[in-house]
Design a protein around this ligand. Structure first.
Ligand code: ADP
Length: 150
């Protein structure tokens, strides 16, 4: 069984995330969207809210599971029998950052990271821009799935 984890903060889920998830669906038997929790990081949305956005968006997709985790992604993978980490690449900064992490993970385990290049029409979307717009009471309906519009 080809099982991948898509780890992230998803604070909140955006159309950039769903673009990567939707395009990865044909590649894997199961994709676990795993919300990483870091006690030193401040989030705009609670863990429950972030989970709920993903749950609602993918309610009808049986290949998608949702989970939360603490600690290293490779430890989560080992514990849950996952061979692939899925990540999206938007720009050279993402590439440099992700390269070091993927190579380190590869050194420490047999887990392969699979990168999908962002789509041209969602490459500019990031959770941090969405949060800024929300803080200023702006409209994010073009940037996030319907479940996130609150
Ligand atoms: P993290 O804190 O782990 O970066 P994010 O929720 O910001 O968590 O992102 C999770 C994953 O989604 C990352 O691989 C990131 O590159 C990818 N991603 C986010 N936005 C986009 C986008 N617009 N296009 C492609 N990939 C994206």
């Amino acid at each position: 069984m080809k099982r991948a984890v898509f780890p992230g903060s998803f604070d909140p889920l955006t159309l950039g995330h769903t673009d990567i998830i939707d395009r990865a669906l044909p590649l894997f038997d199961e994709i676990i969207i795993a919300i990483g929790t870091n006690s030193t990081k401040k989030y705009m949305f609670s863990l429950e809210q972030r989970k709920e956005f993903i749950k609602k968006t993918y309610a009808d997709v049986s290949k998608i599971k949702i989970d939360t985790y603490k600690g290293l992604t490779i430890d989560y993978c080992k514990k849950n029998d996952i061979d692939f980490i899925l990540r999206g690449l938007r720009n050279p900064a993402d590439f440099e950052f992700e390269k070091a992490i993927a190579q380190t993970n590869r050194k420490m385990s047999k887990i392969e990271t699979v990168f999908l290049l962002t789509s041209a029409d969602t490459s500019y979307i990031s959770s941090s821009i969405v949060r800024d717009i929300l803080k200023n009471k702006g409209d994010v309906s073009l940037l996030v799935p319907k479940a996130v519009i609150i």
